[in-house]
Structures are given as C-alpha cells and as structure tokens.
Design a protein around this ligand. Sequence first.
Ligand code: NAD
Length: 498
Amino acid sequence: MDEIGHFIDGARVAGTTSRTADIFNPATGQVTAKLSLADAAQLQSAVDAAKAAQPAWAATNPQRRARIFMKFVALLNDNMQELAEMLSAEHGKTIEDSKGDIVRGLEVCEFVIGIPHLMKSEFTEGAGPGIDMYSIRQPVGIGAGITPFNFPAMIPMWMFAPAIACGNAFILKPSERDPSVPMRLAELMMEAGLPKGILQVVNGDKETVDNLLQHPDISAVSFVGSTPIAAYVYAEATKHGKRAQTFGGAKNHMIIMPDADLDQAVDALIGAGYGSAGERCMAISVAVPVGAETADALIAKLIPKVESLKIGPATDLSADYGPVVTKAAQQKILGLIEQGVAEGAELKVDGRGFSMQGYEDGFFVGSCLFDHVTPDMEIYKQEIFGPVLSVVRAKNYEEALDLPMKHEYGNGVAIYTRDGDAARDFASRINIGMIGINVPIPTPLAYHSFGGWKRSSFGDLNQHGPDSIKFWTRVKTVTSRWPSGIKAGAEFSMPVMK
Ligand code: NAD
C-alpha cells in the first residue's frame, strides 16, 4: 500500500500524524494508497521553508522566474502520458480528458512566462513640480491554495503559476481524493529549477485548511470547491486579515432558441452534460428549450444519444466517461435521481441500474435524462455533479432568461441561436460570469480571467489572466521629489495638485 506524505522544502516527506485518508481507484472501488493528513506542526515546517526562500525568489528578476516556467511547460509535455494516467487512476476520468485537465493548467504556465511584461506598472512624470509618481506591484509573500478533486492538475496550476511567477512562495492543499498529480507537479517544478520552499504541498482535510486559514504568515488564500466551503473559507480567511478569492459550485443552463441548429445543440449538450461524468463546474446540467416544438424535437434527438453513451474505466480508450470520484458521490447522485422521480420529473433515460461488467465495485453512474423538470424541484436547485441532464421547458425567451437569472449559482451559461440580436441581448442582461454563444463550455483561455457571479464566487478578483497578477501582488505607490523642490517649507494643508 502506497503512503503519500507531503512535499516540503524541496522533497517528499512522510506524514507525522496518525490521521490518514484512503485514496481509491474509482473504477475498481479499491483503496490504492493512504494519504497522511497534516497537523499544525507539519504546516509550520512548510511555512518556515517558505519564509526562508521567498525573499530571494522575489528578488530574482522576472525573466529568470519566467524561464522556470518555460522549462516546466516542456517537462509537462514530456511527462503528459504518465501524468494523465496518474490523474485518471485517482479521479476516474478518461485519459484524454485527463490530458485536457493538464493542458488547461499548462496554458496558464505559458501565460505567466510573460511575467516580466505582466508585472510592469504605471509611471507619471511630472505629477507636480519636480514630482514623479509610480506604482509597483510586489508579491504578497506566502500564498495558499485549496483545490477540489475534479481538476487536480488544472486548478493547482491556475493558482501556483501566477502566484509563483509574481515572486510569492505557495503552499498547496490539494483535494484529499487525488493528491498524486499535485505532488508530481511540485517535483517537476523543482526539476525545472524552482528553488526549494517556493512550491510545497501540504496534504490534509478540514483541520489542515483551518490551520492554513488561521496562520498569520499566509497573506492570500485562493480556494475552489463547493459553495458552502467557499463561503466558509472566504469568511474565515478575511476574518484573519487575508486576501481571499473563493470559487464555488454551479448549475449551468443552456438555452436553445427555436432557430438554433438543433443537431449542433444536441452534440454540445451531450459533451457538456456527460463529459467527465458531469463532474465539471462548467458542465451543462440544465437544458432550456424555448417553445414546445423545440423541446419535443430536442428530447427526441437527445434520448438515443444519451442511451448510447459509452461508460467505462479510464483505461478503456473508447469510453465517453468514467466512474464518479467516490462511493459517497455515487450515492448522492443516485439519491437525487430518486428524488427527481418522486417530485414528478419524467426520467426519459434511466441509468439507475447501471453496473459495469468486471468493475462491479466501481463508482459508476449510468446516464440519466430528465424532462419536465421545474424550478421548485431539488434536482433543479442542487448541483448534482453527475451524469444527469435536466430539461426545463420555457414558453418564450423571457421565461428562459429568467431561469438562470434567478438561480443562486452564476458560473457559466450558454445560448444556442442563429439570431445575433437575441445572443447580444442575452449576454448583456444575464447575471452570470461566463457566457457561451453557440459554445457549450465557455471556459476562458489562460490570458482572460475565469470566475462566476452570485454564489459561484466570493471576492472580487478572478482566476488566471490579468486578475491573477492583481490577486497575487500588492500595489505600492511612490511619490518622489528630488532636492531642488525641498526648500519650499512645510505644508500644513492636504496636498493637492497646484
Ligand atoms: P469540496 O468543497 O468538497 O472540497 C474542496 C476543498 O475543500 C478540498 O481541498 C477539501 O479538502 C476542502 N474541504 C472540504 N471540506 C472542508 C471543510 N469543511 N472545511 C475546510 N475545507 C474543506 O469540493 P470538491 O467535491 O472537491 O469539488 C467539487 C466542487 O467544486 C463542485 O461544487 C464544483 O462545482 C466546484 N468547482 C468549482 C469551480 C469554480 O471555478 N467555480 C471549479 C471546479 C470545481
């Protein structure tokens, strides 16, 4: 049985506590490793290493910091297959999907190779007589990241790449479900030339997170996970004087207008609804056809496609999606499907009885499709995070628009239409952070920023792109005047521009 410890001060170290968590292979249901859960003393050793290393790292010129990421990107590409297999073995998603998880993180590492340019600041010559004014961006010091199970490569990289490129030390607390890839990423960053102590991985659970949130030497916290924990982490981090950005759950709708290309919309719904077993914060979980005719045609086209989805372990290269992450996740999803049936939604494709031959103990969930779902049902209100698509019928555009507008989550949304005016009106009025126009999963690329609205996000700066440079740095503004102007004498009133 493998034992997974932590990555502290440039090396893998064993856990020092008796508290552990089981790591599963979700396809077989078997325990594959024991993960050590850190206590306050182990976190302290990471903070000590970070404090010792960070000043020299911040003083390293940004071109040299960028070169570490150039090398790291090359190493990610060289190790892509090994990383993808490691990721799939703990998460369950297909190997191709795992590669996508890694590549979407790699792209943020490519983005931060531009750090010499990204950290350039503002300068005003002659802000007053003989006075120059400039602002500079400096690293916050030690940053921490707490990440979810569903993107164990991408989301850690979304956080540590900009944090480290800006000159910070970074402590990652990855999901306790799939920590092996984050540990390997830290190793590869060392191989790329990163000094020890700048990227560390402290594994753990709530206790470890609470220790991070209370630690006086950690200045900024980034979190991605479910909404109740995102709200909690935001409140705790800010209560302890830290800068925080925390991202939560989602219920992403796709509106299908009567003029949409229905075949295109159906293909988009299949990929965005069932890919990665629905365990994506940008998954489409609600389809909103506008008008009864659109709804009937959509359902007729969806049913055979949902029925023919191929489910299998990640090692089956022809599988469309794999198991969900844990037995608890599987049971929660099945419970919500039961509730949907009990509440009166029509289960058009019933995946409840699905069992994978040869993998009977795996955490598989068959594909489900609900029609006639209404906003008062739990399957509409809650994030199911499984291979379940709900169809909510709307009479007209305004009724369709109203649904995502009134939902508590505001991560992503999509509209399928051929009408530019409808698309433009939709993008302008909707209260959601990321909008797709004939694009089902509008995840912004690395050089734009990622984040939702409403209860999908807490804090005011998003992930990656320009926002990430702002989040991981502090602004300092210098007003300077050189000797010739200094003899004017004391000024007692508020300085204003003369
Ligand atoms: P989770 O909230 O269970 O866990 C996320 C992290 O929080 C983990 O590192 C975990 O160890 C820690 N944690 C769990 N319980 C805690 C507690 N009580 N106190 C402190 N820390 C705690 O989320 P998950 O199941 O790993 O991930 C799935 C969720 O993440 C979904 O809701 C999904 O929508 C969301 N997500 C959001 C985004 C986004 O950008 N908005 C991206 C990916 C995933």
